[in-house]
Design a protein around this ligand. Structure first.
Ligand code: ASN
Length: 680
């Protein structure tokens, strides 16, 4: 894998080429996550702030995805990062009435649009800093979260015809750097090459767990008649409220899987379609999401970005009487991968022995050639001898992949260093990101169980059966989770149950499993694509449920799969203080495994160690000292944990902390005994 493996040291605002007209959502004022000024007597240096005042993400640990702004919000909010790359959506007319992108205008203008930005909410939320704060989407009836969005404008703004691999890498890298700070991502992009970008990003993003939506428009957003406003607003609503862990394209009321999409019109507002897969969602009066269609990564890995793509790949479209010279020239080295666009269901002129010989030579040299149809709809299959022949000479069937997806997939597969030729052939035939369908949809297999109930209730129509399934399956899945019965879960899946479904409290089977604490069940659900980032009605992620039930092994597993703590860092500080006040070292350990900084302060600047000292809780105190928290942390009253212990006269705590301080003094003088020795 070629993606950067380390946490980046900078956030997008520090990208020299980015033009930001707003502070990063995750960048609180003065580097102080609470957004207020630092207590003057506070001795501690903010270790996550660089000398130049920028944030060092590698040191933030739990100080991620923090809330920001003057006051914590009472409303549930979602944070969406918008990357504005260019395209018609943001263009304006010049004196000659021609459309052109205008740098640094987009955010300024959007801020003045009452249906794109709620100034009243922004004033309450951010006070006098509101003009520098993120934009706020006005309240949307029926949606549970308020969308706060930050627009990052690229420089230069591009017509999408001018975009290429380096632009995809830039977008992918920016999303990777911001991944834990935002709930979802929207990319504003020109329509001309949108399907190529969507296809490429879908492969570059490995183990994607959050929603990424690319959108644009046929008419600029600032014109009176525009499709841009609806496309942009809908993309924000979907990205902030729903976990659809795919790279999607939103256009003209429909959300498509990006790598299934083609541009079908340069005039109509209905510019995109995905002929071989139904839309993932439709925005009518209501938002209708087809959760069963969503492609879910079933790996147990964290989100990664693969930034290296093979460049010597191309599209070769057959036409009657194509010359041997053209094909020969096209297949010459350094070409390593070709999408061959054939007729109908993958047919090639069998009468052209000259061409067949050249193709055979190329596959023998190791060039990957994928057979895709020139038709927009349908799949390459072995129906005709003219198609079967290509497989015989080592050409890979591309099934129903779009040419854009096949090309992007070739660029991805050919750049995977750990894969040999056989593996690459296999991967090209496999469904990696929902880009192709090979088998019959398993959904329509036997429904014995449902059938039996349906017969008893005399339900016959497809709609009735659908309703029955959506009522029965979630209850059955939950009872299997509570019973810790993985084989029952697997049977239910076989019967067509959707393991990712959310209940009325927006809780999933994974939330329940994380409370119950059965490791195998949690692992099974994760392996079958249930999202780690879903937040329920009470803003709890599955990770938070596992923490509150102290299932350490499960917390570790969730973190391995990319789960992270969310919400305000002061709230985490408060939870740690609570755990210490209740003398719960186990809970403190849960937070630590989840990525919390055990020295995190609460709203009064107190740490868990202050609370443990204040309450005389030796178990929590020992645990915290063993984990090397800041022993001399000073709260907003200027007091250390030892000061509290002295004021409250908690003798064992005083003895322990004094002994610890004395030992530290000895260590400084050359004694290097481990802190564990305090345990005895
Ligand atoms: N030429 C424009 C682009 O692709 C078309 C559009 O955005 N509608 O950037």
């Amino acid at each position: 894998m070629n993606g950067p493996s380390k946490m980046p040291k900078i956030i997008p605002t520090n990208d020299a080429k980015l033009v930001n007209q707003q502070p990063a959502i995750s960048t609180p004022t003065n580097g102080n996550p609470s957004g207020r000024s630092e207590a003057p007597w506070k001795r501690k240096q903010l270790e996550h702030v660089n000398a130049d005042g920028s944030l060092d993400l590698s040191k933030l640990s739990m100080r991620r995805n923090s809330s920001y702004g003057r006051i914590p919000s009472e409303t549930q909010e979602a944070k969406v990062l918008v990357i504005y790359t260019g395209g018609t959506i943001g263009m304006m007319r010049n004196e000659k009435h021609a459309l052109e992108p205008r740098p640094n205008e987009f955010v300024r203008k959007i801020r003045k649009y009452p249906n794109m930005h709620d100034d009243v909410y922004a004033s309450k939320r951010f006070g006098e800093t509101k003009n520098m704060a993120p934009l706020v989407l006005p309240y949307v009836e029926g949606q549970h979260r308020r969308i706060l969005y930050q627009i990052t404008e690229y420089e230069p703004l591009l017509d999408s015809s001018n975009m290429g691999v380096s632009d995809w890498v830039r977008i992918a890298t920016n999303i990777q750097q911001s991944y834990e700070f935002f709930d979802g991502f929207v990319i504003l992009h020109g329509t001309d090459t949108m399907a190529y970008t969507a296809s490429a990003l879908s492969f570059m993003f490995e183990n994607l767990g959050k929603t990424v939506i690319i959108t644009g428009s046929q008419i600029p957003i600032f014109e009176t008649r525009t499709d841009g406003k609806d496309n942009f607003t809908s993309a924000l609503i979907l990205a902030g409220n729903y976990i659809i862990p795919e790279v999607c394209i939103f256009f003209n009321s429909r959300l498509f899987r990006g790598n299934r999409t083609i541009k079908i019109s340069c005039e109509s507002l209905d510019a995109f379609n995905s002929p071989n897969t139904a839309p993932l969602a439709k925005m009518g009066i209501n938002v209708e999401i087809d959760f069963r269609l969503i492609f879910r990564s079933c790996t147990m890995e964290k989100f990664m970005v693969h930034t290296k793509l093979a460049e010597n790949v191309g599209l070769l479209r057959l036409f009657p009487s194509i010359s041997i010279g053209t094909v020969k020239a096209f297949l010459q080295p350094p070409m390593t991968g070709i999408v061959l666009q054939t007729y109908g269901a993958g047919n090639f002129p069998t009468s052209r022995a000259d061409l067949i010989d050249i193709l055979r030579e190329a596959t023998a040299r190791g060039v990957l050639i994928v057979n895709c149809t020139q038709c927009n709809e349908g799949s390459v299959c072995e129906l005709y001898e003219t198609g079967r022949l290509l497989q015989d000479i080592g050409i890979i069937p591309g099934y129903d992949m779009t040419p854009e997806a096949a090309l992007a997939k070739l660029a991805y597969v050919l750049s995977k260093e750990g894969w040999d030729h056989e593996m690459r052939m296999l991967m090209m035939k496999s469904n990696l990101r929902g880009e192709l369908s090979r088998e019959r949809n398993p959904e329509m297999q036997e429904y014995d169980l449902i059938d039996a109930v349906a017969r008893t209730l005399q339900l016959t129509s497809t709609k009735e059966l659908h309703q029955l399934k959506s009522t029965l399956f979630p209850a059955m899945v939950n009872s299997a989770v509570i019973a810790g019965d993985v084989s029952k879960l697997s049977n239910l899946k076989g019967y067509g149950a959707d393991l990712s479904v959310e209940n009325y409290d927006r809780r999933t089977a994974l939330h329940v499993a994380c409370c119950e604490g059965n490791f195998d069940v949690v692992q099974y659900l994760l392996q079958h694509g249930v999202a780690v980032h879903v937040r329920d009605r009470y803003d709890h992620t599955p990770l938070m449920d596992a923490i509150l039930h102290d299932h350490h092994q499960i917390i570790g597993l969730l973190v391995k799969c990319g789960a992270h703590l969310t919400g305000s860092i002061r709230a985490i500080g408060e939870s740690l203080c609570n755990a210490a006040a209740k003398n719960l070292p186990n809970r403190l350990e849960s937070y630590r495994i989840a990525g919390a900084d055990l020295s995190q302060e609460d709203t009064c600047g107190r740490t868990a160690l202050h609370m443990a000292a204040m309450h005389g809780n030796m178990a929590a105190l020992r645990y915290l000292v063993k984990k090397e928290v800041e022993i001399d942390a000073v709260d907003y009253l200027g007091l250390t944990p030892l000061d509290y212990a002295i004021k409250l006269n908690t003798t064992p705590v005083i003895d322990f902390l004094l002994q610890k301080n004395a030992r530290r003094g000895e260590e400084i003088d050359g004694d290097t005994k481990s802190p564990d020795s305090f345990e005895s």
